[in-house]
Design a protein around this ligand. Structure first.
Ligand code: NAD
Ligand code: MG
Length: 385
């Protein structure tokens, strides 16, 4: 029986994780849950899965909830440090980190320090501090197993292979809802249009990132840290059907692809069962129904965010942390209708150019760069519209 500490339980990956856990009651149990957005939803989930403890890191909690959790027999931790405390104090085997944004970093580091396996959906952890996270994981002998579908695909393609035999990692990208929209029309994109992803149903932030291709850029950086492959050997191909989740090309010219219907429950389950597999009841894929799988070169000029991410990976140091934090704030500003859609990449680029970048020596240097970038975007926001 694997006990799971699930951070970001009320989100899209969180809910899919609970779905998978409930399909395998003999193999998995939820030991702890967290939420930032809704204490009520956290309580409903706690009533359903009966964890030992739950953490709420959002706004102030009304008094009666303390009583409700007490009566349920679930320990409730609250406040900004609740996730780190949860991760360090509860008894579990695997951390599933399904938090959105750089807020996932400190709990990930705390779980690695306590020797727990990490199943990581929270790509921002690796983007902003990949160097620190992977070094700490190595020091503690901890595995960081990806949940992100592209990285799960790469991970599966690499089972049984030596890293020395890899020529290239090929990440696929759906291209998002604006694949065919002329660049000149990006300025007029509305929040509603950007929130409609063609193939995946996900949280708001990653849905916007998928539409700007920043998500693919973050994933390139994530792949670099997870697999230790140089940036020039990581490429992106647009594949609108999202059936091939990513590919590895080997030195003999052979290419392995991992495929399936776009359903995050598959990579979540694999991260929990790795290196084994378990039979499930998810729908299988009908190749004939799809008929054609297509592939295109990404347009780096139109999808500026993807280019910025490749550049940040080239520079490393504080650049990826600034890219990530500026993007989080820019996406937020767009969702709150403070800035235009095409300003997202623009303000991220401004932040990258403005910061005096340096090496990442410790957590403090990452947090300082992150905080600077957030302030920068908030201050630049009103002059941008
Ligand atoms: P979501 O917005 O649906 O859920 C986010 C969860 O994190 C919620 O439980 C929320 O309460 C919590 N949260 C939000 N802000 C927080 C904060 N400041 N501190 C602590 N907790 C906070 O997001 P999602 O779509 O489930 O994505 C979660 C992560 O997984 C992201 O990093 C995303 O890039 C990654 N991911 C998601 C998908 C997907 O299909 N949704 C696929 C691949 C990777
Ligand atoms: Mg992905």
């Amino acid at each position: 029986m694997k006990k799971i500490c699930l951070l970001g339980a009320t989100g899209s990956i969180g809910q899919n994780t609970i779905d998978i856990v409930s399909q395998f009651p003999e193999q998995f149990a939820i030991a702890a849950l967290s939420s930032h957005s809704s204490i009520e939803q956290l309580f409903q989930l706690a009533r359903k899965v009966r964890p030992q403890a739950a953490a709420f890191s959002g706004d102030a909690v009304a008094e009666h909830w303390l009583q409700e959790f007490r009566e349920l027999g679930v320990r409730l931790l609250i406040g900004p440090d609740a996730l780190v405390q949860l991760v360090a104090e509860v008894e579990y085997d695997v951390l599933v980190n399904a938090v959105v944004g750089a807020a996932g970093l400190r709990p990930t580091l705390a779980a690695i320090r306590s020797g727990r396996t990490i199943a990581l959906a929270n790509k921002e952890t690796l983007v902003c501090a990949g160097e620190l996270v992977m070094a700490l994981a190595e020091k503690h002998g901890v595995s960081v197993i990806p949940i992100d579908s592209e990285h799960s695909a790469l991970w599966q393609c690499l089972v049984g292979e030596s890293r020395d035999t890899v020529r290239r990692l090929i990440l696929t990208a759906s291209g998002g809802p604006f694949l065919d929209l002329p660049k000149s029309e990006l300025a007029g994109v509305t929040v509603e249009q950007a929130l409609k992803h063609p193939n995946w149903s996900m949280g708001a932030k990653i849905t916007i990132d998928s539409s700007t291709l920043m998500n693919k850029g973050l994933e390139v950086i994530e792949a670099y840290w997870l697999f230790g492959i140089e940036p020039e050997r990581i490429s992106v191909v647009i594949h609108p059907q999202s059936i091939i989740h990513s590919m590895v090309e080997f030195i003999d010219g052979s290419i392995k692809a991992q495929m399936g219907l776009p359903d995050m429950r598959v990579p979540i389950q694999y991260a929990l069962t790795y290196p084994d597999r378990l039979p499930n009841t998810l729908p299988g894929m009908d190749f004939v129904k799809y008929g054609t799988l297509t592939f295109f070169e990404p347009d780096f000029d139109k999808f500026r965010a993807l280019k910025l991410a490749f550049d940040a990976l080239e520079s490393l140091g504080t650049a990826p942390a600034v890219l990530n934090a500026a993007n989080e704030e820019a996406v937020n500003a767009f969702l709150q209708r403070h800035i235009r859609y095409d300003r997202i990449a623009h303000v991220v680029e401004m932040a990258l150019n403005e910061y005096e970048h340096h090496e990442v020596s410790d957590l403090e240097s990452v947090l300082t760069a992150d905080a600077w970038a957030r302030r920068f975007v908030l201050e630049a926001r009103d002059s941008l519209t």
